[in-house]
Design a protein around this ligand. Structure first.
Ligand code: FES
Ligand code: FES
Length: 159
């Protein structure tokens, strides 16, 4: 067991766990943050995505020791972050999701793509979603939501 301290959704967080305990398990089972989903468990579907220092990563592949001293934001944090409110509104208005199982991971992937200083073009948005599997939508509704999110965030930045 080892002591791990990191920033989670803006709050200092510490726990004792095995250094190789996957972050997705820590979030869901130890900390009760079940918005992060566990599906494939091997880095192929994106359901478990979180932001690590602002970049979208698969939490099933991240071990506890790798998040020590880092900043982790989950879907629960992104949903409360006013910076991302226009993105969430755009995804909702576009009816981007159907069953919703991929929604948390996709939203995190887009938060990573749209939360940086650079405005991603359509190709960059598509690339940002390459790690996320959605079995329902065919991705078009997600892409439309992402494009609207980009426009809303751009408009907000220019005011
Ligand atoms: S559960 Fe992590 S990538 Fe699928
Ligand atoms: S909305 Fe069902 S998996 Fe994406």
């Amino acid at each position: 067991m080892t002591h791990i301290a990191f920033t989670l959704n803006g709050a200092e967080t510490a726990l004792h766990c095995a250094p190789d305990r996957p972050l997705v398990t820590i979030l869901r089972e130890d900390l009760g943050l079940t918005g992060t989903k566990l599906a494939c468990g091997v880095g192929r579907c994106g359901a478990c995505m979180v932001l690590l220092d602002g970049a979208a990563v698969n939490a099933c592949l991240l071990m506890a020791w790798q998040v020590a001293g880092r900043r982790v934001d989950t879907i629960e944090g992104v949903r409360k972050d006013p910076r991302f409110a226009p993105m969430l509104a755009a995804l909702a208005q576009a009816n981007s999701f159907q069953c919703g199982y991929c929604a948390a991971g996709v939203t995190i992937a887009l938060a990573g793509a749209l939360g940086g200083p650079e405005d991603p073009d359509d190709a960059a948005l598509t690339t940002a979603l390459e790690g996320n599997i959605c079995r329902c939508t065919g991705y078009q509704s997600i892409l439309h939501g992402a494009q609207d999110a980009r426009a809303r965030l751009r408009a907000e930045r220019s005011t």
